[in-house]
Design a protein around this ligand. Sequence first.
Ligand code: SF4
Ligand code: SF4
Length: 182
Amino acid sequence: MGWNGLFKTLVKKLGPLKALIIASEAGRVTRKYPFEPPLISEEFRGKIEIDENKCIGCGACVNVCPPNALTMEQDNDTKVLKYFIGRCIYCWRCIDVCPTGAIRGTLEFELATNNIDDLHEMVVHEVVKCRVCGKPVTTIAMKDFVLEKTRYAEEYIDLDPYCRKEKFIKAIEGRFGYREQQ
Ligand code: SF4
Ligand code: SF4
C-alpha cells in the first residue's frame, strides 16, 4: 500500500472519531424535548383560537381555508362554524380575512390525543329568519354587525334574497312606475 492508500485508509478509519471530536467541541446542540420545553420563535404558527363572542358567522374564514379545516353548517335555526384541528395546517389565512378579529393564532402545536373529540371546536349562531317567507337569512350577530356599520341596511337585512329583490323591485316600481319583465 502506497502513501495515498494509507492516507485514505486513515481518513476512513478516523471519520467517526473526527465527528466525535467536532461534536464534543460544539457541545450539545439539541434539546431534551419533551423533557424540557422546545425552543419556539415568535414567528411560529400553531393552532388558532376562535372567540365566540367576536365571531359573527360570516363564513369568510371558511372560504379561504385551504384544507377545509373550517366548515359551516346551517339548518333552520342555527349556523355552526366548525374547526377540525386535525386538518389545520396553521397557515393563518383565516386570521387575515376575519372582519371582526375573532381568530387569534397561538403557539400551540402539541395536540396529540387519543380522543378525536378534543380536535373539534365549534361556534354556534342563532339565525335570523326572513320576515316575509320565514327562511333563514343570516345570523343575529351578523345582522347586528351590519346594522352597526350602516342603518340603511335596516329595511333589507332580515329578508331572504328573493324577498329582498321583490321589495326592491316594488320600491323602484313605486318610484318610477317600472315593473321588471318576467
Ligand atoms: S390556520 Fe389555515 S388551515 Fe388552519 S383553520 Fe386557518 S385557514 Fe384553515
Ligand atoms: S367572524 Fe371571523 S371567525 Fe367568524 S365566521 Fe367570520 S371570518 Fe370566521
